[in-house]
Design a protein around this ligand. Structure first.
Ligand SMILES: C[S@@+](CC[C@H](N)C(=O)[O-])C[C@H]1O[C@@H](n2cnc3c(N)ncnc32)[C@H](O)[C@@H]1O
Length: 750
């Protein structure tokens, strides 16, 4: 079922959400003029980065010139997709050649090529911008290919540099991973691919991903995007990264039922991805409106939030674990200054990891050791130079030494609003090994700009109260704007313990709409769950306004009905304890509409979250596996729940009933005609089996003509192709979207 043993189900998502970046403002109507007229320059930007010496003087022209060119499109083939190998073969054997002529015309050697540093040739760079791909007639076939494969979930359009952080994170399938600022989810998607990499069909990895983002709407994009991975190992949460809760059930258990079993009593992660909100000036090439809006204040304003999110990430990381801090900004205040500050706060408990031997073909530069701070028209080399009146917007942690007046030898800020000391300070040099950070500059390999730091937690963090820690690093100005921001106030605050311590901006509006609709569907279900009397989780009601609670389904009638109808053996594929619903009303009976399947790892985390009083705000969890049929359909079938197309690949290897095996000709006919009478199939034997299968949901599996059309004849494995159907009184009808049907027909024709 696809590379790495997992079958991917093509999903119909008409509006594929694109990688998008926070804090890259969307163009206003008034910007249309400047964008159209390509005002791709900003003198403050140029002065700032010349002064920061992010590239050598002799490189400046190449640097600024490439920033004014549109970004070439890049994309990734999803390694868990069922048709991964076929797609790679089409790219390598067809498009590499057919797009070359067009590329040569525009002065390039090749049209598309694999990114040399990405494993298994899965990621590709094109020498055409997104606009060229859309508009150029010669590229039409390629555009159609990209569109369809993206829509059904076989490919993801993602900026090349944004693919780097998950690779440096060194994730393994058994890892618990926290993606702290995850929306719209392109990196979460990559993390999930790695988690599922070596799983056999139907077997679930031991690891999991918690994808968190404070922004509810952006989280919906993530939920929409990650649906295509058909994963049971994901929880999407809506907490503030810097306040991501402590889940420690030791205390909670003393008040909760002792009977309530918790396989994990504390939520800590093996890996943390901290892809923080940033000013996003590394994305200038695809978001040219940034030229007009850029100013040094936005980087300064984000520094403190970036520090506290990263600190929280480190406190949630296991000792021995790894965290990647990344931004798509080129600004040292958001990058090296943040990393230096967290290293100072963590003392020797956290180290910067050398990654020069990793991804050797990725061209990168070392982190800076020297930089200055710019605020309200002035440049400062040291905190002691900053006039007192300006210290509401400038922090000591923004400087390379991180020293305040008290720490520095000359010390003493003036209250006059003039210079804080008489002598201007020497240029500061950071004494931390910031050269180990990774800077990607656009003109090195025709990309956007990016910054990455890889951190290793060597031991527990030093004791300091987190709230103090957060205030210490907030300027009055940042605090003001932060508090005024629209982040939802949460009723539960962080339990403080010693250990607590914008990429593609073109988010298609239609995708957002779609995401919102989908989210509404999946979380505002009304209905009920019958809970087994002996095991009652401590909290049943939803704690978070606007989100239905996550409730374990323990209704034996429903569960046994499903098991019986589909022939599922609890030992090989346990349903009990792994099924959840989103119900706000747990009083009335029998109205569960959607049932989600969660992996063991997710189940453990959900149980822990219940035990600690639902501190984690769960927006979405697990994989929608069963959906209730309409009353009319249920009359016909003996099981009122059908299997969803995203759930099918996971449960199929464990089904022993409601299976039909068709040869190519009948299978294709079904896809083409959508509904066929049992007597009209080409193979009468298949028609006969179809007539005999119980009314209701069933699965039709494609076999080659040498195989017998019997249940025992086929073992479900990677290349197995199967579709969900509805068996009526005398006919079979496919339950697959038109896009998925078309895509399957195309693949079967090859
Ligand atoms: C750079 S984007 C993340 C991109 C994402 N990692 C991806 O690859 O698709 C930053 C994200 O941080 C989120 N964010 C902003 N403030 C946050 C906070 N305090 N806690 C958690 N997330 C936050 C934004 O909503 C935004 O989605």
């Amino acid at each position: 079922m696809g590379r790495g043993g997992r079958r991917h189900r093509g999903r119909s998502h008409r509006n594929q959400s694109e990688d998008s970046r926070e804090n890259v403002p969307k163009p206003l109507k008034s910007d249309a003029f400047s964008i159209q007229n390509r005002i791709w320059s900003n003198l403050d930007f140029e002065e700032y980065y010349k002064e920061q010496r992010i590239v050598k003087a002799e490189e400046w022209d190449s640097f600024i010139e490439i920033l004014r060119k549109p970004l070439p499109a890049a994309f990734r083939v999803n390694s868990n997709g069922q048709f991964c190998d076929e797609i790679l073969s089409i790219l390598e054997n067809d498009f590499v050649k057919s797009l070359q002529a067009e590329a040569v015309e525009s002065g390039e050697l090749e049209g598309i090529k694999p990114l040399p540093w990405y494993p298994k040739n899965l990621a590709w760079h094109s020498n055409f911008s997104r606009k060229e791909i859309r508009k150029n007639q010669t590229l039409e076939r390629f555009h159609e290919f990209l569109k369809l494969e993206t829509e059904v979930g076989n490919m993801t359009r993602q900026e090349a540099v944004s693919m780097v952080p998950p690779l440096f994170l060194d994730v393994h399938p058994h890892h618990f991973v926290l993606d702290m600022c995850a929306a719209p989810g392109s990196k979460t998607f990559q993390l999930l691919e790695i988690i599922h990499e070596s799983a056999e069909p139907g077997s679930l990895p031991n690891g999991m991903v918690v994808a968190n983002d404070v922004d509810y709407k952006r989280s919906n994009l993530l939920i929409h995007q990650t649906k295509r991975t058909c994963t049971t190992n994901l929880i999407v949460t809506n907490n503030e990264g810097q306040h991501f809760p402590n889940c420690n059930s030791k205390r909670a258990l003393s008040v909760a039922s002792e009977k309530y079993h918790h396989p994990i009593d504390q939520l800590l992660f093996d890996r943390v991805l901290c892809d923080v909100p940033c000013s996003g000036d590394g994305t200038l090439r695809k978001a040219p409106d940034i030229w007009r809006r850029w100013n040094s204040g936005s980087g300064n304003g984000l520094h403190s939030l970036q520090v506290v999110i990263a600190m929280r990430g480190l406190s949630l990381l296991k000792v021995g674990g790894r965290m990647v801090y990344s931004t798509c900004s080129m600004n040292p205040i958001e990058n090296e200054a943040v990393v230096a500050e967290i290293l100072r706060r963590c003392e020797c408990s956290v180290e910067l990891v050398h990654v020069s031997d990793k991804l050797p073909e990725l061209i990168r530069r070392p982190g800076l050791k020297k930089w200055k701070v710019h605020d309200r028209g002035g440049w400062y080399r040291s905190y002691k130079d900053v006039p007192k009146l300006q210290r509401d917007g400038v922090l000591r942690s923004m400087f390379p030494s991180g020293k305040s007046d008290k720490d520095s030898a000359t010390g003493g800020g003036s209250s006059s609003g003039e210079m804080a000391s008489d002598e201007p300070a020497e240029e500061e040099v950071c004494d931390l090994p910031l050269e180990r950070c990774v800077r990607i500059v656009p003109h090195d390999q025709n990309t956007g700009g990016f910054f990455i730091a890889v951190l290793h937690k060597v031991s527990s963090l030093p004791d300091f109260p987190e709230k103090l820690n957060q205030r210490r690093n907030m300027t009055a100005r940042a605090r003001n704007s932060y508090e005024k921001s629209s982040y939802e106030k949460v009723s539960d605050t962080v339990v403080t313990q010693p250990e607590d311590t914008t990429e593609e901006i073109i988010v298609e509006e239609a995708a957002l709409d779609n995401g919102l609709k989908l989210e509404k569907e999946s979380t505002s279900e009304e209905g009920t769950v019958e809970l087994a009397k002996e095991v009652v989780p401590p909290v049943q009601k939803g704690k978070w306004k606007g989100l239905d609670p996550v409730v374990f389904l323990r209704d034996e009638t429903v569960i046994n009905g499903i098991k019986r109808f589909y022939g599922i053996n609890d030992e090989s594929f346990p349903l009990n304890g792994h099924l959840v619903t989103r119900n706000s009303d747990t009083t009335s009976k029998g109205n569960v509409k959607r049932i989600y399947y969660v992996s063991r790892s997710v189940k453990d985390v959900l149980e822990l979250n219940l035990a600690v009083g639902q501190k984690i705000k769960v927006a979405s969890v697990g994989l929608k596996m069963f959906e209730k049929q309409s009353a009319r359909e249920c009359e016909a079938g003996s099981c009122s729940f059908r299997i969803t197309s995203e759930g099918l690949p996971v449960i199929l290897p464990y089904m022993t009933k409601q299976l039909l095996y068709a040869t190519m000709v009948d299978f294709k006919n079904l896809l083409q005609h959508k509904s066929i009478k049992c007597t009209d199939f080409v193979h009468p034997q298949f028609g006969q089996k179809a007539a005999e299968v119980a009314e209701g949901y069933c699965v039709v599996i494609l076999v080659d003509c040498t195989q017998k059309l019997e249940c025992e004849a086929v073992k479900v494995n990677s290349p197995t192709i199967a579709i969900g159907c509805w068996k009526g009184k005398a006919s079979l009808t496919v339950m697959v979207t038109t896009v998925d049907c078309d895509q399957l027909i195309q693949k079967l024709a090859c």
